[in-house]
Design a binder for this molecule. Structure first.
Ligand SMILES: [Cu+2]
Length: 323
């Protein structure tokens, strides 16, 4: 626990000069590991806007319990019009077309039928080798904002199979799934370049002066964007901080101009680096709960985000099971 008398002066000096006390606070409350989410079948993109053309890749991170992958197939959700399938170096691709459940507005008007699934077969991807299976698509103009589209993937191996087909509309429920289907969320056009993943916080005792917020932001666009503000339900004030080592001491400072997310770059807010600081949380944060918040970007505007509260060890919960 922090010593109470130190709390208020620390909060007042935050925008000016870092203090050892703040560094200590951050060391205590920001310390968390963020593991990559490559254990599942995952999509490289996770948001798309209605009327947007996009290249999408399904990444397969491993085989089935040591045995290599021989076949991968994906089911295309309604509203997604596949326009081209990539050549895959190890596999032959095949598509199946059928009538859509209803006509969808495509790039050149109404489309009544199209590719419903893609299968890559007659190949072998060794167990530990990462493979990418890509295609180009057009997201129908008729898709509704905030809708979450599932792309169920079936992976057949020399021995056994993995079915990444479980569906859940909410992030929270999806994290609990053992074998979630990859999803693409429909967002506003001005936010389609922002890929925001793995928002996390960490258990924090009642009365703690600060709590850390962590998230991975990728900018798929060709222009830089900037994270300029954040909010969270448990705190009236959220700051964007940078932490760095100088003279052997960890120091942190508030980034008054926000944090740039360069075009094409991924910026990770994590322990010992950039992070969000929830100032004076109104209550304790307990493991496994989800906290509502927002991230505001210069170009993208306000993006809702949910922070999952991890335990002290920074266990990745839903992602840890695979290995
Ligand atoms: Cu901080």
């Amino acid at each position: 626990m922090m010593q109470r008398p130190q709390t208020l002066p620390m909060l007042q000096t935050i925008n000016h000069k870092s203090s050892l006390a703040w560094a200590t606070a951050c060391f205590l409350f920001c310390n968390m590991m963020i593991a990559p989410v490559w254990a599942h079948a995952v999509l490289d993109r996770q948001v798309v806007a209605p009327g947007q053309a996009l290249h999408l890749s399904i990444a397969i991170g491993h085989g089935c319990d040591g045995s290599g992958t021989t076949r991968v197939s994906v089911t295309i959700p309604e509203g997604i019009i596949v326009t081209k399938v990539d050549t895959q170096e190890r596999f032959k691709s095949q598509t199946r077309a059928a009538k859509f459940e209803k006509p969808w507005t495509g790039a050149q008007g109404q489309v009544v039928e199209g590719i419903k699934d893609i299968t890559w077969s007659e190949g072998l991807l060794a167990d530990k080798v990462r493979g990418e299976f890509g295609f180009e698509l057009y997201a129908s103009d008729d898709l509704k904002l905030d809708q979450v589209l599932s792309f169920p993937v079936v992976q057949i191996c020399e021995q056994g199979e993995r079915r990444w087909v479980e569906e859940a509309a909410q992030t929270e429920a999806r994290e609990k799934l053992k074998a979630p289907a990859p999803v693409l969320k429909i967002v506003k056009k001005e936010q389609a370049h922002l890929d925001i993943r793995n928002a996390r916080s960490r258990v924090t005792p009642n009365g703690a002066p600060v709590a850390g917020g962590y998230v991975t932001i990728r900018n798929w666009g060709d222009k830089a964007d900037r994270l300029i503000a954040a909010t969270v339900s448990v705190s009236d004030q959220v700051e964007i901080h940078e932490m760095s080592m100088s003279d052997g001491v960890m120091r942190m400072r508030a980034l008054d101009k926000g944090l740039e997310i360069p075009a094409g770059a991924t910026v990770e807010l994590k322990t010992g680096s950039y992070h969000l600081m929830f100032i004076k949380p109104k209550r304790a944060l307990s493991e496994g709960e989800w906290i509502d918040g927002t991230l505001t970007f210069e170009r993208g505007g306000v993006v809702p985000v949910r922070f999952k509260v991890d335990g002290m060890g920074g266990n990745q919960g839903g992602h840890a099971h695979a290995h």
